[in-house]
Structure formats: structure tokens, C-alpha cells
Design a protein around this ligand. Sequence first.
Ligand code: SF4
Length: 371
Amino acid sequence: MARARKGPLIDPWGSELPEDYVRIIEHFGLEIFTDDLLEALPRPNKLMRRKIVFCHRDLKVIADAIREHKPFYVLTGIMPSAEKLHLGTRMVIENFRYFQEAGAKEAYLLVADLEAVATRGLTLQEARRRALEFYIPAYIALGIDPGKTKFYFQSENRTVLRLMTRFSAKVTMAEMEAIYGQLTPGKVVGALLDAADILYPQVREKMPGVIPVGIDQDPHIRLTRDLVKRTRSEFGFTAPASVYHKFTPSLDGSFKMSKSKPESCIWLPEDPASTERKIWKALTGGRSSLAEQRAKGGQPEKCVVFELFKQHLVEDDRELDQIYEECRSGARICGECKTYATELMREFMEDFKARLEEARSMVKDLEFVQE
Ligand code: SF4
């Protein structure tokens, strides 16, 4: 484990952001998501096909498990910090669902209620209320299969708490600061809880697991993988695999959609009139005049609206290719794209709201693991 931090810091609590994906891949020893790996995964989802999933750790282990019908698990967590999600969160759920549908023996959705107390100052009751009233229904509405998912609250899982306590004796503050930068006691608690969550399914059954995350969560994966090595003789855990997607950009064109810029962020849920207003103000790769755009074509690579199509709104690859080609050739103008993106977003939001209501009625019947 590194003793001093050098190079880029990626911070799961969101105060610093990665600016260069390539630099991060190289610096942290991540593996590029290659065409070979894409081919090894059955029916890859659109995030994988479009290389929005761009790097991973040990994903080949999971691809092999899928192909050979061996057991593996997928796990993700809810941090109930606000009462809304933003659009970017949907990608974690899309990847979670992919592995769930690809044959994961176990799929875990945990509520990081203790971490919310330690790092966000919530009470346990408030964290629980938010999880039950909004987050869990939203995750179900976005596609996780509740019938094939195990749910738990950190505060009700003594196995997680015991693991976390054991891990606290296996790492120093200097080592944690090399991974996370400056830490508060609450963040130390949160990080150790995350490592315990990630490995908890292996206490129940020895098998590899995959954690779909945004790249800013990689510090938790690194800490966990280090702890696997340090506790090998005691627990014999397998290092978690992970899969990382790029961020959804902010509508103003900056690197990451964020709750801190509400006018450049699409919320889940959000009123369609509001998303329409924001999409019409979004940065595009259009030229300064219609004549110039017709002559030179647009620049979809620089266009946030195109990125919305690519990451969220257009499922069909041929349709996405067509939008790209029409933009590059000048056959398409930005107003057409914004009108279309607005329509697709309206359909998506209406569908999401209907599913959210349906999912809320299911929550009372869910079983939560208690140990
Ligand atoms: Fe973006 Fe569409 Fe304009 Fe091209 S035509 S730059 S894809 S909004």
C-alpha cells in the first residue's frame, strides 16, 4: 500500500474530481475495457458497447464466471444523502442490472445508513426514511429486480460491523490518507464500512464479486483490495472486481453532472417542463451560425446533448450512429436534437414516475437481511 499520495486524487466524497481518465487509468493501474473483454461478456449493455464503461479491475474473472456458469455476486450501495438522484446515478443501476441478468447468484443492494450518519450528519431514522420512501423504490423503478435482490441496512448487519472493526486494525491512518487524502474520523468509518460491505457476501459464500461504480469510488475498491491481501490467512476473500463508467457531463459542459449545480443537472424525478428548459440551454457542439453548421457539420464529440443520447436516451446503436453522422455532415441542426432530446426525456420521466409509484407499493413486502 502506498505511503504517500502522488498523482491524481479521486475522492469518493466529491470534493475533487478526476480530469483526465487516461491519467487515472495509468496512475491507479486500472485495466482498459478492451474489445476482447466486450466480446467475452454476453449481450453487453449499451454502456459497455459504447465504451462509456471504460475501465475495470479483474472483470475477466466475472466474464469467465458468467460463461462457465460459476457463482458470483454483484453489489451496490445507496447513500441516502439527498432526496433526489441525478441522471448519472442511473448508470450504476444499469450495470448492476446487467450483472444481475447475466446470472449473478446473489445481488446485494445495501443502504449505507451508518455511513450517512458518519459522513453526512443524518440521523439513522432520517437515513432509513429516505431509503424506504425514495431510494429503494427509485432503484427498483430504474430496473433492479427486487425479487432477485438482497437488501440490508448497515446498521442491522452485525457481520458487516464485525468485519469493519477487524479491518480497522489492519490499516494505518497514513495508508488511508495515501488513498483518500485528508480524512475526518467520519470518513474513516465510512471507508471501512464500505470495504466491509463489499466483502460481506463472501462471508456467506466464497465467490468472486463485481462492484459497478463511478470512477470517483475507486478509492473504496483499492482499500478493499488491499484489505483482502492483508487478511488472506484469516478470511481468504477474493479481491473484488469492479467496472467503471464515465460521468454524465453537466449540461453546461463541465466534467460531471452534480447536485451542486442544479441548473445543469437533471434530477430523478424532474418535471418535464423543467428538463425541457435545461436541455434548451445545454452546451452543444453546434457552430456559430446555421450556414456554418450546414457547411462544416457539428461536433458531436463536444456536445452534451449528444452525450445525453449516448448515455441515456437512445437505446438503438444504429439510431445513435445516424444522429452522429447527420450531425457531422451538417444535415442535422441543434434545434432538432434538442426537440428530440426533450421528447425522449419527457417519455423517460413519465415512465420513471409511474414505475416509482408502483415500486413504492412494493417496499413494505421486501425482506431485509438482518444478522
Ligand atoms: Fe449536438 Fe445535435 Fe447540435 Fe450535433 S446537431 S452538435 S449532436 S445538438
